[in-house]
Design a protein around this ligand. Structure first.
Ligand code: GLN
Length: 179
C-alpha cells in the first residue's frame, strides 16, 4: 500500500533498522507472539524510543494491542497509547467481518470519486478500544458506539486492516501525521 502511494517502505525486524525511518507501521498478526519476540529480541525499549521521537507510528489490529497502555492482562506491550484495548473482542476467527465505516478524518482525503465515501474495513479476530484517555481523539466507531480507530498525537491505532483493501486513504492520513 505504501509503495502504491510513492513511499519507500522497508521491512523492519531488528532494533538497529529503526534508525533513519520517518515512520513505522506495526501490522496485524498475533500480539502474544509480538510480546514474546519483542522481549527476546530486546525491541521494547528501541520501539518506545522511536514512538516518543514524535515520528508517526501506526498499529493495526495486533499492532494496536501492542501500542496500548492497558490490555487488561499480563502481556508486555509498549504501554504508550492511552487506550484500554480488549483483544479478540468480536469472537473467534470465524466471527471476522467486513463493514463500511464513516471515518470523518478521511473525508478531506481524495478518493478518486471527488466526494466523501465510506471506508471498507476488514476486521480479523480484531480488538476493540474500550476506553480512551484525555489526549486521545476517537477517529471511528461502529454503529453501536464501539471505538475502533483512534489517534494520540503521532500514534495511530486501528482495529481493522486497511492494507487489505484498495483504499489508500487511511495510509495517506497516516503520512499526514509525518508532516
Ligand atoms: N487476535 C490477534 C491478537 O490478539 C490480532 C489479530 C490481527 O492482528 N488480525 O493479537
Amino acid at each position: 500500500m505504501l509503495k502504491r502511494i510513492g513511499v519507500d517502505a522497508v521491512e523492519i525486524r531488528k532494533a538497529e533498522q529503526l534508525a533513519g525511518l520517518d515512520g513505522l507501521i506495526m501490522p496485524g498478526g498475533e500480539s502474544t507472539t509480538f510480546a514474546k519476540l519483542a522481549v527476546e529480541f530486546k525491541l521494547l525499549e528501541p520501539l518506545r524510543a522511536f514512538c516518543k521521537s514524535g515520528k508517526p507510528v501506526w498499529g493495526t489490529c495486533a499492532g494496536m494491542i501492542f501500542l496500548a497502555k492497558d490490555i487488561g492482562r499480563a502481556q508486555p506491550t509498549l504501554e504508550l497509547m492511552d487506550v484500554k484495548v480488549k483483544r479478540n473482542a468480536f469472537g473467534r476467527q470465524v466471527d471476522s467481518f467486513e463493514i463500511d465505516l464513516d471515518i470523518p478524518a478521511l473525508n478531506a482525503i481524495e478518493n478518486g470519486s471527488g466526494k466523501p465515501a465510506p471506508f471498507h474495513a476488514i476486521f480479523i479476530r480484531a480488538p476493540l478500544i474500550e476506553s480512551v484517555g484525555k489526549g486521545v481523539e476517537v477517529l471511528a466507531k461502529l454503529d453501536d458506539g464501539t471505538i475502533i480507530a483512534a489517534r494520540q498525537g503521532n500514534l495511530l491505532a486501528t482495529s481493522f486492516h486497511p492494507e487489505l483493501t484498495r483504499d489508500v486513504r487511511m495510509h495517506r492520513y497516516f503520512l499526514g501525521l509525518a508532516k
